[in-house]
Design a protein around this ligand. Structure first.
Ligand code: DO4
Ligand code: MG
Length: 294
């Protein structure tokens, strides 16, 4: 089952089940007072959502609703260097930090960092930002785990871990600035509940960047290439750490454009993950006030 947050032109909003190209709103007094994350907190989110789905006659064509980011009050974290391609890209990016990236790929403890709070997240069609003080930026297409407050994996969504590679490469201590800023994280278009997701060996991840109506970069990987399991990443994230409203965890990128590629304002980034769907966002330029002039 796929669950989405949506709003309608009349200003109403809610949670609905996505069936192919239609959305069926969850109905009734209970459903309208429940947030998506409250449904995900249920012992059996699928059974709860199923019991609240309205009649088929209430279905709305998906292209007539606005999909909102599938997050309410959760924190968003991310794992890094979980694919060989990410390890080699970081080692190229910074000679000074190369050994850190090399070691973290095979160390028992993964790289985990706080990526975003809900107000920094963009949903389907909403803009993602290039920092004004950065000259080298890429999207990172990442399978994203949706984890409840009980630290149980309840679903999956598509994530875009936007990254400023020049800031990250200059000094590893700048990582939070390379990763965390307004509109730094794409999530959506909805959540596929855990039971409906294919096994990792069957999950392909594809990235396409379009510029002026043409494809400027395409790349793909498979979750089978990820060096760590979902359980390993959740286990480390949850050590000595509580998430009262749940947490979303991006699992790292296996697709990095070549080093001479950087995003530009006006680009459109689409990430497709098997079992979920496609998240598309336009890219916008950050503030000129901070632009690097040299
Ligand atoms: O420390 C670098 C960030 C790595 C990352 O975000 C990734 O591998 O996806
Ligand atoms: Mg990443």
């Amino acid at each position: 089952m796929k669950l989405a947050r949506y709003s309608l032109p009349d200003g109403s909003a809610g949670v609905g089940r996505v069936d192919d190209d239609r959305l069926i709103p969850l109905r009734g007094e209970v459903a309208t007072s429940l947030t998506l994350s409250e449904i995900l907190e249920a012992d059996d989110p699928r059974a709860l959502a199923e019991s609240l789905v309205g009649p088929a006659s209430s279905a709305i064509p998906l292209d007539s609703v606005s999909l909102l980011p599938p997050i309410d009050r959760q924190e968003v974290w991310a794992a890094g260097v979980t694919y060989k391609r990410s390890r080699s890209a970081r080692m190229e990016e910074s000679a000074a930090s190369a050994s850190c990236y090399d070691r973290v790929y095979s160390s028992p403890r993964p790289e985990l960092f706080m990526k975003a709070t809900p107000h920094r997240v963009s949903g389907p069609g909403q803009p993602l930002r290039i920092r004004g003080d950065s000259k080298w930026n890429v999207p990172e297409p990442e399978l994203t785990l949706v984890v409840s407050s009980r630290k149980t994996l309840v679903g999956f969504t598509v994530g875009n871990d936007m990254s400023s590679r020049d800031i990250e490469g200059e000094n590893p201590l700048y990582l939070p600035q390379a990763k965390v800023y307004d509109n730094c994280c794409g999530l959506g278009p909805w959540i596929t509940l855990a039971g409906a997701m294919p096994p990792p060996s069957e999950i392909g991840i594809r990235l396409e960047i379009r510029r002026a109506g043409k494809s400027a970069f395409t790349g793909e990987t498979s979750v089978a290439q990820m060096a760590r399991s979902y359980e390993n990443l959740i286990g480390w994230l949850a050590r000595e750490n509580s998430f009262p409203t749940g947490v979303l965890l991006l699992t790292g990128t296996g697709v990095v454009p070549p080093s001479d590629f950087t995003l530009q304002a006006g680009d459109e980034v689409s990430i497709t993950i098997d079992g979920i769907g496609t998240l598309t966002n336009p890219i916008v330029q950050g503030s000129k006030e901070y632009e690097i002039t040299q």
